[in-house]
Design a protein around this ligand. Sequence first.
Ligand code: M6R
Length: 365
Amino acid sequence: DKGNHRHFMEKEIYEQPEIISHALGNYVDFAAKTLKPQADAIDFSKLSGLAISACGTAYLAGLVGKYWFERYARLPVEIDVASEFRYRELPLSPTQAALFISQSGETADTLASLRYAKEQGLKIGAIVNVQESTIARESDAVFPILAGPEIGVASTKAFTCQLAVLASLAIGAARARGTIDAAAEKEMIGHLIEMPRIMSRVLNAVQPQVEALSRDLSRFKDVLYLGRGTSYPLALEGALKLKEISYIHAEGYAAGELKHGPIALIDENMPVIVIAPYDRFFDKTVSNMQEVAARGGKIIFITDEKGAAATKLPTMATIVLPEVDEVISPMIYALPIQLLAYHTAVFMGTDVDQPRNLAKSVTVE
Ligand code: M6R
């Protein structure tokens, strides 16, 4: 049932604040601002490393997770798309653990990667939505994302719930490894607890602007997304979401890679979506944005209040989000990105919930 919404995708975008709060409730004790034992089902304390594998949007959630596990828990992460991971003959050891992320829990390549890691003697964790799935059944520890059925082929609420679970696990890993103190842990958990409310505010605040902007975006043939740090996987996710439902060609790049090739494409026919919260990467990303502006590229700048105040470059649009901590920014910045893809596809008149050539669950190689 779509409720008042035109498409399941729209409904699933707007469900996120409520659903993510429910998902977090499984891992976080809201009153005590501590993690629940569910977040510790894998013992991260003595691991030499973590291997992560998944496909599509689930892989991009894992890529954000890599930044968190490495930064907060000082845990090295090896991550790859499952179709490569399963055949790479990657040397793994039982001193590592492996995490597989899958909404459906049935993705063939992800399952094959899981079986490969299992043969190498690693402890297996699965972040899944469908708890009765094959991937869940074959794992030692299951971390449900509790997103409820996701009908739209384009993943939205599963992505942000995967991120919420990964953030909880990374905080737990950091505590287990002694790389954050109790005060830092409480502070990060506090940010997670505030997140659902910020998400609802953002969804309501940006919707009219993003919808109007989508009409302009639907006139272009190619779009580039740029970001640094955890905004880099978000740039990839933005491009994936736009291409799969609007069929507009889109690429995501690490902002620092711009001058190593893609800058050759920049002209007035190529909108560049820059994802840049006012964080420790901000100045670097803005200098890449300057390079785009100098070549006549049209910029859609997604930033926060501080970032908007600090930049005077002309843009096609500036979407201003509230200032948030780094540990929740990927979930917050995912929202305008999803809305932009959604409304652009609606303007293009595509079949938003059932895009051509795509299946919700990819159970063959
Ligand atoms: O069920 P899974 O999470 O394993 O599916 C992985 C991908 O097929 C999926 O995320 C796909 O990329 C989506 N269509 C993206 O919106």
